[in-house]
Design a protein around this ligand. Structure first.
Ligand SMILES: [Zn+2]
Length: 155
């Protein structure tokens, strides 16, 4: 499974890739040099909207993919074409949108104290991030995600 390092400005795409189970780092404060080094050492594909970053990646023999627009559907379409991105939903494995940690499915009764009451009653399947402890469920965002993926698949 491909691993990514997404350049700054690609926060939404990073969260999406993590949701789809892809190990994705997101450049916030790290400098470009650090990103290049990490991508090279850990075999990560660099995603960027900056031509300069793509050129530097080529120069350092790092695989990179140019993200042409800020539209999430267009970005996912490019990745589907370039690396055959797996858009299966719900994904078999998901990662934390906040920290990129692996998610683990949890019995909701064991984590009841961490879930808002209404949510606890309404949903049955919950995941917990192994790294930061954040709890996830297929809530309101889920419909948006499904709509986005349907749109990506429609062409
Ligand atoms: Zn986390």
């Amino acid at each position: 499974m491909s691993k990514f390092y997404a350049d700054s400005m690609l926060g939404k795409l990073s969260r999406f890739l993590r949701f789809l189970g892809y190990d994705t780092l997101y450049r916030i404060e790290e400098d470009i040099e650090t990103m290049l080094k990490n991508a090279k050492n850990n075999n990560r594909i660099i995603l960027s909207q900056a031509r300069k970053v793509i050129q530097l990646s080529n120069k350092n023999e790092i695989t990179s993919i140019m993200m042409p627009t800020s539209n999430i559907v267009d970005q996912l379409r490019v990745l589907k074409k370039e690396i055959d991105l797996n858009l299966e939903i719900p994904p078999k494995e998901m990662r934390c949108s906040m920290c990129n940690g692996e998610l683990q499915e949890r019995n909701k009764n064991e984590i009841a104290n961490k879930i808002p009451k209404g949510t606890f009653e309404y949903y049955d399947t919950f995941w917990e991030c192994k790294e930061c402890g954040k709890i996830f469920w297929l809530g309101r965002h889920w419909e948006d995600i499904k709509r986005t993926i349907t749109e990506v698949e429609s062409r």
